[in-house]
Design a binder for this molecule. Structure first.
Ligand code: TNX
Length: 514
């Protein structure tokens, strides 16, 4: 290794980088997911060593600069610093001012310098995730160095996302997942340039967010889960910690309080929210569609206003999700004015509404988004009203659907979804009448009726989420199953280094990567 470096150094001086070392990493060995828009190989490699610096050309980049240097130091054991004065060479430059869409970035890896230039700090952050995938897999492990070398193959990349919203949802209501689990999920999402995490915070089986003005929601409603387990909830401090952790990774949290159905936990906590004034028992089964807030009572709207106000105080992002799905025991003539009034409550706090596709039965406010999960006709009704659609078809994007009939966890009411099925679709081609301009983005939800641990969660999510991330980021004309599959096979090594309990599909074993 040393010899090769010395030889290379002298040859570099003589003929300037035309000579490569056999041990140098090749671009073709790397797996970039999501696939960038334009990738051109360049001569030479950049080697990160203890003298490498992270150079920022603007103060706004300090946050990302510190984040990257910590990330690199964590596995290399180096003490790489962020500097504001341009070094001679051996540095990673973070720059702003790229003329590209918001999260667009350029990445240029040369032997003396790596440049990441973004249209925004967010773009620089996304560019770093690409650089990370060009680094040795050991970068994913604490102290992963073990005498290896941190070489990155020369390349020039130009990239920008297809959709502005690229997300996932976790149902923390059916089974509760604590702050550390959510942070791990956020970290994993960020590797694939995802930017929204929707938390399904309340359902029949549990209320998971502290609301100070209605404390029994968590005292009573948070006390159990599917199967009768002990449940749990986030205090507002916990929740702020999640939001801040996500923000540092340029991920926006979207909180959901499902209503008027899926509300048994709230109804069990406060009898006055029921039309008959009586609190039902807590519920630990997995049926849907049996509960409803009393849409005729004034107190219901006071309750919603209080909940939304407290949530808004915890939410720097633009969206509040109001659920609205499967309200089978709320008559449509009551459901419609309810959804309209709740939209006005959310809008009065300067937030935009997202709701499941059923909300399109109501008059949608101009900033509302319908999340298409089940009925194309609902999604089209939303589009006809000028609303945007968030694409989450249960048959393609539901991460709780089983891979095949042998999968132990999960459900299969919508479909079995193998890796090819989860990848081989285009949001803008899914339904006639819903085109790219109508689409806010793509989201893959994980419902947790059958999922109780992080290990189980990872098994259902990975690697399907990775394919969804590529659908949301990469232009459809650049996506191709065989090529994706071969990148995913190479990427397995990185998943292993991250300790992800992914589903090792038979599709990844047949026809190994070239
Ligand atoms: C349907 S998707 C639901 C959820 C369930 C899920 C299970 C949606 C808006 N409603 O309440 O958890 O199916 O796959």
């Amino acid at each position: 290794m040393m010899k090769c470096n010395l030889l290379k150094l002298s040859v570099l001086l003589l003929i300037g980088g035309l000579f490569a070392c056999d041990s140098d990493p090749k671009l073709s060995e790397k797996a970039l997911i999501p696939l960038p828009e334009k990738v051109v190989e360049q001569n030479g490699v950049f080697t990160i060593d203890e003298n490498t610096k992270v150079f920022i050309d603007r103060p706004e980049l300090e946050g990302v600069g510190v984040f990257f240097s910590k990330f690199i130091n964590h596995s290399t054991g180096f003490n790489i610093q962020v500097v504001t004065e341009k070094p001679e060479s051996d540095y990673i430059a973070l720059e702003l001012g790229l003329d590209a869409p918001d999260e667009g970035y350029g990445l240029d890896v040369r032997p003396d310098v790596i440049r990441i230039k973004g249209a925004s700090t967010e773009g620089v952050f996304r560019g770093f995730q690409t650089l990370r995938q060009l680094m040795p897999v050991a970068i994913e492990k604490e102290g992963g160095f073990e005498g290896g070398s941190w070489k990155i193959p020369g390349v020039k990349i130009e990239d920008a996302p297809e959709y502005a919203y690229r997300g996932s949802m976790l149902d923390v209501a059916r089974h509760f997942f604590g702050v550390e689990d959510i942070k791990r999920y956020i970290d994993l999402m960020s590797l694939y340039k995802m930017n929204y995490l929707h938390l399904h915070l309340a359902d029949d089986q549990g209320w998971r967010i502290e609301i100070k003005s209605w404390p029994k929601l968590t005292e009573i409603g948070g006390s159990t889960a599917v199967g009768g387990g002990e449940g749990g909830f986030y205090t507002q401090e916990d929740y702020k910690e999640i939001v801040a952790y996500a923000q540092e990774r340029f991920i926006t949290i979207v909180p959901e309080i499902d209503m008027p159905g899926h509300t048994n936990a709230a109804l069990a906590s406060y009898p006055e929210l029921n039309c008959n004034g009586e609190a039902p028992e807590l519920y630990t089964g997995i049926e849907v569609g049996f509960s409803t807030l009393c849409t005729d009572k004034e107190i219901t709207y006071q309750f919603i206003d209080d909940v939304v106000r407290e949530l808004v105080e915890l939410t720097p992002g633009p969206y509040i999700h109001i659920g609205g799905d499967e309200s089978h025991v709320t008559p449509l003539e009551k459901y419609i004015p309810f959804i309209e009034q709740v939209q006005d409550i959310v809008n009065s706090y300067d937030k935009r509404v997202i709701g499941w596709d059923e909300i399109a039965h109501a008059a949608l406010r101009p900033s509302a988004t319908a999340q298409y999960w089940s009925k194309a006709e609902n999604a089209k009704m939303a589009v006809d009203q000028g609303a945007k659609v968030l694409i989450s078809p249960a048959t393609k994007a539901y991460l709780d659907m089983q891979y095949d009939s042998t999968t132990q966890l999960g459900l299969h009411w919508a479909a079995y979804i193998e890796l090819d099925s989860a990848y081989l679709w285009d949001p803008a081609e899914l339904e006639e009448g819903i085109s790219k301009d109508d689409i806010l983005g793509v989201e893959a939800p994980l419902w947790t009726e059958t999922i109780t641990t992080m290990n189980e969660l990872e098994y259902m999510v990975f690697p399907r989420l990775i394919g969804i991330a590529e659908i949301a980021w990469t232009k459809p004309g650049l996506r191709e199953w065989d090529d994706y599959k071969s990148r995913l096979i190479k990427h397995e090594e990185r998943l292993k280094a991250l300790g992800v309990n992914y589903y090792s599909s038979p599709l990844l074993k047949k026809g190994k990567a070239k």
